[in-house]
Design a protein around this ligand. Structure first.
Ligand code: ADP
Length: 754
C-alpha cells in the first residue's frame, strides 16, 4: 500500500505527472526523460526517486557493457492510473479515487467573471471547429476563453516561439492523451513539415483534443500560421481556439472569427460594484464612456478610485499618475524587471533577479492590484502595462540580462540555453555569444537537431559574427543544404579559433565526404590533425576520429577505419555517459566488420549498440540496430532471425514515417521470407515496398517489383511483367539494380538447393 500524502505530493507536480505519462510508453533512463521534457537531468533523477518512494514507479539497474544504468518504469500493476485529457485518475486497491488536474495550471485561473452571456452563447453554439477571437489588449479575451474552455491544453505563444518547439509541446500533450505517434516521430529526429502537420491533425482528431493558442499575434514563425491554416478546414472532432490582438486569416471554412469588445454597461457596473466602488449613475456614464467597458481599465480604475473623484481623462496619464506613481519603490523596481523581459517569469527567476528579500510580498502586492497576473507557473505583466512600464525603465538592463543568462544556463536544458542565447544577442555581447556557442558545441549538441528553427531565428539577428556563421553552417548542414553550409564554413574557417575552428574543420571534412570530394576532405582532415597536436581537448579528439573513421570507410580502408572507430569508442567512454554517440559508434564498428566480411564480429557490435540503446531508451538507435541485425543475419542465411529483427524495425520505421529505413529493412525481410519459402509473406512485403515506392519514389523501393516477379515465378505463376517493371524503374540506378540482383540470386541459389 502506498502512503496517500506522499502520493498526493508526488502527483501535485505537473512535471511528475508528465514523467508518469511518458513512462506509460516504456521504461526510461533519467537522461532521456530529461531530454524529452527539457528539464535538468539531476532534477529528473530526484523526481524519479520521489515517485519511486511513492510507489508509482520502479527503478531497476541494468548492466550495459561495464556500466550500471538505472531505468525506470511505471508500476501499473499495483495502482491503476488512467490518463485523461486534463486529469489523472488514480484508483488505489481500495478503490478510492482521486482526480488530479493535469493541465489546469496552464489554463489561466478565472476567479471573478462578469457578464459575457451573449459572447458565450455565440462561441459555444458554433459548429466551426476553429474559433479565432481577437481584440485589443486587456479586453478580456484570455479570461473569456479560459472560462469556456477550462479543460483545454493552453499554449502561450511568445516572441521566442518556433515551429519545432510548438510541435514538441503538441507531441507531449497528445502523448498524455494516449497518442504517441507524433512524439515518436520527433524523438527519432523527424523533421518533415508535411508529416508533422498530418500527425498533429491525426492526433488531435483521434483524441478529440482541445487546444488553445494564446497571443498568436506574437508568433514569429510563419510555419506555425501555415500549420493552423492546414488544420483549420480539416478538423472535425477536435477544437482549436486561437486568441490574438489582430485578425489573422486562416481561411473561411470551419473558422469562426470573433471580435471581442468591452463589457456591456450593466456588466461594467457590476464589476465596479464588486470591487467596492459605489458611484452615481451619471458619474458611471462618464467612466464607461472613457473605458468603453474595457475590463482591465475598469479594474485599474477601481484600484485608484477615491470617493467623488474621477481622475481619468487620458489613459496613459492615468496609468502614470494614478497607478505607477503611487507604487512603492520596490514595486516599481519589480515592475521594471518584469517589463524588460519578453516572456513571463517564474517565481524562481524573479527571486534570482530581484535582489531583495521581500520578493514574495512585493510580487503579491502587484498581483492584488491587478497589475501582475499569474499565468500558469509564471508571472506576467499585462501587455498593456508592459509597453508603458518599459518607457520608464531606470534599472540597468544589461545587469539583469546577464544575471538571467547565468541563471538559465544553470538549468541545463536546450530550451533554457536558447533563451539565454537570445538575451546575449539582445545585449550584442559578442564575447558572451562566443562563449555560449562553445557551451552549445560541448553540452547542447542536440539543439541543432531538436530546435534548429528557434536557434536559427536568434542566430540570424547577428549573422555577421564569424562564430555565428559557423553555427548557421551547422544548421544548414543538418537541413541538407550542403552548399550553403559549405560557403559559410569556408568563409570563416580562418577567422575563428579553438574549439570553434575544430568544429568548422571537422564539418568541412564531413560535407566533402558527403559530396564525394575526398581530396578536399583529406586536406581539412590534415588541418584538423594539426590542431590536435596543440590540445588535450577530448571533444576535439573525438571529432577528429569520427571524421577519420568515415573517411577511411568510404575509401574502403577498412582496417584503418576500424582502428579509428575503436579510438572513438575509447574517447566517448572517457567523456562520460554519452549513450547516443556510443551506440552510434558501436553501429559503425559493426558496419566496418560487415564491410570486411566478418559478419559474426559485426553482429557482436550491433548487439552491443542495441543493448546501449535499450538501456537509455534511445528508440531510434534501438531500431537502427534491429535493421542492421536483419541485414547481418540475412548475410549469414539465418533467415528466421533476420525476419524476427526485421519485423521490429519495419514496424517502427513505418510508424515514424522513416520510409527510407523501412524499405532498407523490408528488402532484406522480403528476401528472407523467400529463402524460407514463405512465399505469401514475401509477396506481402514486396507489395508493401511497391506501395511505398509509389508515394516516396525511393529507388530501392522499386525493387519490390523485382521481388514480386521472382516470387510469382517461384509459385509457378507469370512474373516477367513485374521483373520488367522493376528493371525499368531502376534503369537510372544501374549499380543499385546490380546489387539487388546479386542478393536475389543469393537466396535463389539457396532456394534451388532445397
Ligand atoms: P486580454 O486577453 O484580452 O488581453 P484578459 O483576459 O487578460 O485580456 O483580461 C484583462 C483583465 O481584465 C484581467 O485582469 C481579467 O481578470 C479582467 N477581466 C477580463 N474579462 C473579465 C470579465 N468578464 N469579468 C471580470 N474580469 C474580467
Amino acid at each position: 500500500m502506498m502512503k496517500a500524502p506522499l502520493l498526493m505530493r508526488a502527483l501535485s507536480s505537473e512535471v511528475n505527472l508528465h514523467i508518469l505519462s511518458i513512462l506509460k510508453s516504456g521504461a526510461f533512463n533519467p537522461r532521456e526523460l530529461a531530454r524529452i521534457l527539457q528539464k535538468d537531468e539531476t532534477d529528473i533523477s530526484r523526481r524519479l526517486k520521489m515517485l519511486e518512494r511513492a510507489g508509482l514507479v520502479e527503478g531497476k539497474w541494468m548492466r550495459i557493457g561495464k556500466k550500471n544504468v538505472k531505468v525506470y518504469s511505471l508500476k501499473v500493476d499495483e495502482i491503476k492510473i488512467s490518463f485523461k485529457p486534463t486529469e489523472v485518475i488514480i484508483k488505489t486497491i481500495t478503490d478510492e479515487s482521486y482526480q488530479i488536474p493535469m493541465f489546469d495550471r496552464k489554463v489561466p485561473n478565472v476567479n471573478v467573471f462578469f457578464g459575457r452571456r451573449a459572447e458565450i452563447e455565440e462561441i459555444t453554439s458554433t459548429t466551426a471547429r476553429v474559433i479565432f477571437i481577437y481584440g485589443i489588449a486587456g479586453i478580456g479575451k484570455t479570461t473569456l476563453i479560459a472560462k469556456i474552455f477550462n479543460n483545454a491544453f493552453w499554449y502561450q505563444m511568445s516572441e521566442l516561439d518556433s515551429f519545432d518547439y510548438l510541435t514538441w509541446q503538441f507531441g507531449l500533450y497528445l502523448n498524455t492523451l494516449g497518442y504517441s505517434l507524433l512524439l515518436d516521430y520527433l524523438r527519432s529526429g523527424g523533421k518533415n513539415e508535411r508529416d508533422i502537420s498530418e500527425l498533429i491533425l491525426d492526433g488531435m482528431e483521434t483524441t478529440k483534443a482541445e487546444i488553445v493558442i494564446d497571443d498568436i499575434h506574437k508568433c514569429p514563425d510563419n510555419r506555425i500560421i501555415q500549420l493552423f491554416t492546414y488544420l483549420a478546414p480539416r478538423l472535425q472532432k477536435a477544437r482549436l481556439v486561437i486568441i490574438s490582438r489582430e485578425k489573422i486569416n486562416l481561411g473561411l471554412k470551419n473558422v469562426m472569427y470573433f471580435h471581442l469588445k468591452g463589457l456591456s454597461a450593466e456588466d461594467a457596473y457590476q464589476l465596479l460594484r464588486y470591487r467596492g466602488i459605489k458611484i452615481r449613475p451619471e458619474k458611471f456614464a462618464e467612466v464607461y464612456h472613457i473605458t468603453y467597458g474595457h475590463p482591465l481599465m475598469l479594474l485599474l480604475f477601481a484600484e485608484t478610485y477615491k470617493e467623488g473623484e474621477i481622475r481619468i481623462h487620458n489613459f496613459l496619464d492615468f496609468l502614470f499618475n494614478e497607478i505607477y506613481q503611487k507604487l512603492k519603490e520596490d514595486e516599481k523596481v519589480m515592475l521594471q524587471i518584469l517589463s524588460i523581459f519578453d516572456e513571463p517569469l517564474e517565481y524562481e527567476e524573479i527571486k534570482t533577479l530581484y535582489k531583495k528579500k521581500n520578493v514574495f510580498t512585493v510580487l503579491y502586492s502587484l498581483v492584488n492590484k491587478g497589475i501582475v497576473e499569474k499565468r500558469g507557473e509564471a508571472y506576467a505583466l499585462h501587455d498593456l502595462l508592459k509597453g508603458f512600464a518599459k518607457e520608464l525603465v531606470s534599472i540597468d538592463e544589461k545587469e539583469y540580462y546577464m544575471k538571467y543568462i547565468n541563471y538559465l544556463l544553470g538549468r541545463k536544458t536546450a530550451k533554457a540555453f536558447i533563451k539565454a542565447f537570445q538575451y546575449a544577442v539582445k545585449l550584442r555581447d559578442e564575447k558572451k555569444v562566443k562563449e555560449l556557442i562553445e557551451i552549445r558545441l560541448r553540452k547542447f549538441k542536440r539543439v541543432i537537431q531538436d530546435f534548429p528553427d528557434s536557434y536559427m531565428q536568434i542566430l540570424d539577428q547577428i549573422k555577421d559574427n564569424p562564430y555565428v556563421k559557423g553555427e548557421l553552417g551547422n544548421i544548414y548542414f543538418q537541413k541538407g543544404l550542403f552548399n550553403k553550409a559549405l560557403s559559410l564554413w569556408l568563409e570563416v574557417k580562418d577567422r575563428v579559433e579553438g574549439i570553434h575552428k575544430a568544429d568548422v574543420l571537422s564539418s568541412l571534412v564531413d560535407v566533402y565526404i558527403e559530396l564525394n570530394e575526398f581530396e578536399k576532405a583529406e586536406k581539412y582532415l590534415k588541418e584538423l590533425k594539426k590542431l590536435l597536436t596543440k590540445t588535450q581537448d577530448l571533444e576535439i579528439q573525438l571529432w577528429y576520429y569520427i571524421q577519420l573513421t568515415k573517411f577511411e570507410y568510404y575509401k574502403n580502408n577498412h582496417k584503418n577505419a576500424l582502428e579509428s572507430a575503436f579510438k572513438e569508442l575509447e574517447i566517448v567512454r572517457k567523456l562520460g555517459p554519452y549513450p547516443e554517440l556510443e551506440s552510434l559508434v558501436l553501429l559503425h564498428v559493426g558496419d566496418i566488420y560487415i564491410g570486411m566480411g566478418m559478419v559474426r564480429e559485426g553482429i557482436q557490435y550491433y548487439s552491443q549498440a542495441l543493448e546501449t540503446a535499450k538501456a537509455y531508451n534511445l528508440t531510434f538507435s534501438e531500431h537502427v540496430s534491429y535493421m542492421e541485425l536483419t541485414k547481418a543475419y540475412f548475410i549469414l542465411k539465418d533467415y528466421a532471425r533476420a525476419i524476427e529483427y526485421g519485423k521490429k524495425a519495419v514496424q517502427y520505421f513505418i510508424k515514424i514515417r522513416n520510409y527510407r529505413r523501412a524499405i532498407d529493412t523490408l528488402a532484406y525481410r522480403c528476401l528472407s521470407y523467400v529463402g524460407l519459402l514463405k512465399l505469401e509473406e514475401a509477396e506481402r512485403d514486396a507489395k508493401e515496398m511497391i506501395k511505398i515506392a509509389q508515394t516516396t519514389n525511393y529507388p530501392l523501393a522499386w525493387a519490390g517489383y523485382i521481388f514480386l516477379g521472382i516470387i510469382k515465378e517461384s509459385k509457378g505463376e507469370k512474373g516477367d511483367e513485374y521483373l520488367n517493371l522493376g528493371r525499368e524503374k531502376l534503369r537510372e540506378y544501374p549499380w543499385l539494380y546490380e546489387s539487388v540482383m546479386e542478393e536475389v540470386s543469393r537466396v535463389r541459389r539457396d532456394y534451388f538447393d532445397k
